[in-house]
Design a protein around this ligand. Structure first.
Ligand code: GTP
Ligand code: MG
Length: 301
């Protein structure tokens, strides 16, 4: 509508691991910014996804899934990051699954209850419901748990009801000009995103244990007009994991490299030369110095 003031602001999303937060941010922004996998604890960083429309700019803050604090330093880092990401934003989306409230949603709800900004409950994965009539009792039960500013059922994967969600979110933003240039989609560098594409393939191709033990360090990122030249080291925690990552005669690593290269070529529209190495750094996920080196530092929290 013409004559309406321009709105702009930040909206964070919190929720238990694997509930679909990154899928939603990508769908709302319309670009694959944050990696997605069927394994919990895929997202490890605070990642901005920026959506600019004619009347508004929404800066989405994707966060790692919240889980019980404790465990390795990497897990503690991820929990702190998720909890810290709600500071200074204009609204927060709390995401649950249409299957209903889960015990792992409780720590997320605890954080939400302490917020002073509007909290919008997003009920995701409604495409999995056999009978949508079950949504009504879930919505009713949810509004008894906390006073949500709004409750919006969606399917992040199928793109269901996302326009309603976007319109609702804009109403919670302050009237002000855009925060970021209108063609900017994220705060992360192409170099960082390339490492994430490699990690996404590792999440997709290996069993539970390996992705959790892996960090990707991009050691070379060189873009020319017609090609992109990338080298990255995949850091494992143990020799055994390194062997699994490489596979017999290097077959599995070749798969990771091939799929990551295809994804990068699609994203960038140029030929990509991707070289991967696997190295071991014992216990890196519980080692503060290694974490900082691999990009898990408190800066930018
Ligand atoms: N059926 C269905 N699956 C979904 C939907 N949204 C996400 N998923 C799937 O749920 C899984 C987890 O999605 P992610 O977006 O990585 O979840 P996340 O909350 O970001 O997970 P973490 O980063 O680990 O906290 C993936 O396999 C997605 O394809 C949805 O609306 N419907
Ligand atoms: Mg995620």
């Amino acid at each position: 509508m013409s004559g309406q003031a321009h709105r702009s602001g930040m909206v964070a999303i919190i929720g238990r691991p694997n509930v679909g937060k990154s899928t939603l941010i990508n769908a709302l922004v319309g670009e694959r910014i944050s990696i997605v996998s069927r394994r919990p604890q895929t997202t490890r960083h605070r990642i901005l996804g920026i959506k600019t429309t004619p009347g508004a700019q929404i800066v989405y803050v994707d966060t790692p899934g919240l889980h019980e604090p404790g465990g390795r330093q990497l897990n503690r880092y991820m929990s702190r990051l998720a909890a810290g990401s709600v500071a200074g934003v204009d609204a927060v989306m709390l995401m649950i699954s249409a299957d209903g409230w889960h015990p792992d949603d409780e720590p997320v709800l605890d954080i939400a209850r302490r917020l002073t900004v509007p909290v919008i409950l997003v009920i995701n994965k409604i495409d999995r419901l056999k009978d949508r009539a079950t949504l009504l009792p879930l919505i009713r039960a949810s509004s008894e748990r906390m006073s949500f500013a709004q409750i919006v059922p969606v399917s992040a994967r199928a793109g269901d009801n996302l326009d309603t969600l976007e319109r609702a979110l804009i109403t919670f933003l302050p009237e002000q000009p855009s925060i970021y240039p209108e063609d900017q989609l994220t705060d992360k560098s192409p170099r960082f995103l390339a490492g994430e594409v490699v990690r996404e393939q590792i999440c997709a191709l290996y069993g539970q244990e390996v992705p959790h033990a892996v960090a990707v360090e991009v050691t070379r990122y060189k873009r020319s007009k017609s090609r992109l030249d990338i080298e990255a080291t995949i850091w494992a925690e143990k020799e055994g994991q390194k062997a699994i990552l490489i596979g017999k005669a290097g077959e599995r690593l070749k798969q990771v490299g091939m799929r990551a290269r295809q994804a990068l070529e699609k994203q960038h529209g140029v030929k990509v030369d991707l070289r991967l190495w696997v190295k071991v750094r014992k216990g890196w996920s519980d080692d503060a110095r290694a974490l900082a080196r691999f990009g898990y530092h408190e800066q930018g929290m």
